[in-house]
Design a binder for this molecule. Structure first.
Ligand code: KIV
Ligand code: ZN
Length: 517
């Protein structure tokens, strides 16, 4: 970063706000894999979760704090003692911790949600910041719904928060209501009006309800914000958060405009995007900026001709700068255990022990027999299908026989295993996948509703691994399941079982923005 530029802190909240997308929940080992890729990206702060929400969330934050060395690990806490204590315990393993506490400051939230007066909200915020000091001096305070809060009150609570010891002040546009010019102006006025504003870094956290999260964040940066909260692929509550890749690449590409720069290693952006998409089951739209499959594809003849003559006629960024060439052909049928272990570690996955290596190696060999050439993306999918937090009470697929005949109804026979007991069933259906799901449902009786079924091929070619995402819903709980196989009916059955197992495990998770104080 040139010396005359300020640093723009990149605060990634994929593992916290991103996980609040309905169906995007991740288990501890999936979160750790994402955290490792975020660390490779050189993200400054990883918001690893909301520890009071559940044991799983606490464990994920604790695990990430134990394993991440080059990024600050942050935990979210409402302005409540029990939240702060859980956050403090969860981030204890790292020297580089931050606790982020928040309380709502808009009239509508204070009256209708908190039922608290302005003075009570200020004193609760100050008390919480003081409590955080027991655990860390890296303290972030967010006045929730700042984008709709009254300016004088907002200024007052921020001044008190800084006095109490908050060194990052985050201005959330919680409901995605703001417009770039207005939001930039809000940040500028806060920085100019609050007497002690120079003692804190001003941050922004924008939601995308009107499709303006990135524009609002960048407008704030042009007006003095020096931290942006964002997520990979723009994942997040409702319409999502500002997308990390768009914020980072805009700042990098338009250094003629921005007075600051990030320290992100952009060559890891596409691998990070693919990993988050494959773990959460949220596909990336092909025309998505930076990470969409078409983001660097030139379809029209005129464009192709121009790009061949001189790349910069139509391209403002290089595909390889964001990691589009990273899907390397790495291994084949003759590769050994060591080669597999080494490549897995290079893509951020450390093998725990020899039994895990054996399981993965056998799956790798089976795949290489069918597919011959194994790419990084195939490995990511193998890991996703192998390293879940298997539980003895999970259903496992023992066998599926699927009959597809153009003259008769498709039919499926299934054998599942749970607690060392086998269960068998069969069913016909509208198609082979429908037949498989019906046969599974006869055993598991989940009574869930299928909300989404999608198939993606992981690499090119008809022998590619097909990755299936299934989203199911039951009584308001939504979960995604993922399965991959070169046979898409088998991949579908695995995805459905993955979703069923997640549904069975899911406990009542506390949502940060509901159930407050
Ligand atoms: O959107 C929001 O206001 C949040 C806060 C917790 C920062 O996610
Ligand atoms: Zn948010």
């Amino acid at each position: 970063m040139p010396n005359n530029k300020d640093k723009l802190v990149i605060f990634d909240t994929t593992l916290r706000d991103g996980e609040q997308s309905p169906g995007a929940s991740m288990n501890v080992s999936e979160k750790l894999r994402i955290a490792k890729v975020l660390e490779k990206l050189n993200v400054d702060v990883i918001e690893a979760g909301f520890p009071i929400a559940s044991k799983g969330d606490f464990d994920a934050v604790h695990n990430i704090a134990s394993n991440i060395k080059n990024s600050t690990v942050c935990a979210l806490a409402r302005a409540i003692d029990k939240d702060i204590d859980a956050a403090g315990e969860a981030v204890k393993p790292t020297q580089n911790s931050r606790i982020h506490t928040f309380i709502a400051t808009s009239e509508i939230h204070m009256q209708k949600k908190l039922n608290m007066s302005k003075d009570e909200v200020i004193s609760q915020a100050v008390k919480s910041i003081n409590r955080i000091k027991k655990y860390t001096d890296n303290i972030e305070f967010s006045p929730e719904d700042a984008g709709r809060s009254e300016f004088d009150f907002l200024s007052k609570i921020i001044e008190k928060a800084i006095d109490a010891g908050a060194n990052t002040i985050n201005i959330p546009d919680t409901v995605g209501y703001n417009i770039p010019e207005q939001f930039g102006d809000l940040v500028k006025r806060l920085i100019n009006n609050i007497p002690n504003s120079d003692k804190a870094i001003f941050s922004v956290h924008c939601h995308n309800d009107l499709g303006l999260a990135v524009a609002n964040s960048l407008s704030a940066v042009m007006n003095g914000a020096r931290q942006v909260e964002c997520t990979i692929n723009g994942l997040g509550e409702r319409a999502g958060n500002a997308s990390l890749e768009e914020v980072v690449m805009t700042v990098k590409t338009r250094q003629d405009i921005f007075a600051c720069d990030t320290r992100i290693d952009t060559s890891h952006i596409v691998p990070a995007s693919k990993l988050v998409s494959s773990i959460t089951g949220f596909p990336v739209q092909p025309n998505k900026a930076i990470v969409g499959a078409n983001a660097f594809a030139h379809e029209s003849g005129i464009h192709q001709d121009g790009v061949i003559k001189h790349r910069e006629t139509y391209e403002i960024m290089k595909a390889q700068d964001v990691g589009w060439m990273e899907n390397k052909l790495v291994l084949g049928k003759h590769s050994g255990r060591n080669a597999l272990k080494t490549r897995l570690s290079e893509i951020g996955f450390e093998i725990k022990d020899s039994s895990e290596l054996n399981i993965l190696f056998n799956k790798f060999k089976d795949l290489a027999d069918i597919k011959h050439e194994i790419y990084d993306d195939d490995l990511h999918s193998l890991i996703s299908n192998t390293s879940g937090e298997d539980n003895i009470s999970d259903y496992n697929l023992v066998n599926i026989r699927s009959v597809s005949d153009s003259n008769s109804e498709p039919f499926s026979e299934i054998i599942l295993e749970k607690n060392n007991k086998n269960f068998e069933s069969d069913s016909s259906g509208g198609g082979p996948v429908d037949a498989a799901f019906k046969a599974i449902e006869k055993i598991v009786s989940s009574n869930s509703k299928l909300q989404l079924y999608s198939v993606n091929n992981i690499t090119d070619g008809t022998d590619s691994l097909g990755e299936v995402t299934v989203r199911i819903e039951k009584e308001g709980l939504i979960v995604n399941g993922i399965g991959s196989d070169t046979d898409i009916v088998i991949a579908s059955a695995k995805a459905y079982l993955d979703a069923i197992n997640k549904l069975n495990k899911k406990s009542n998770i506390v949502h940060p923005q509901l159930d407050h104080v």
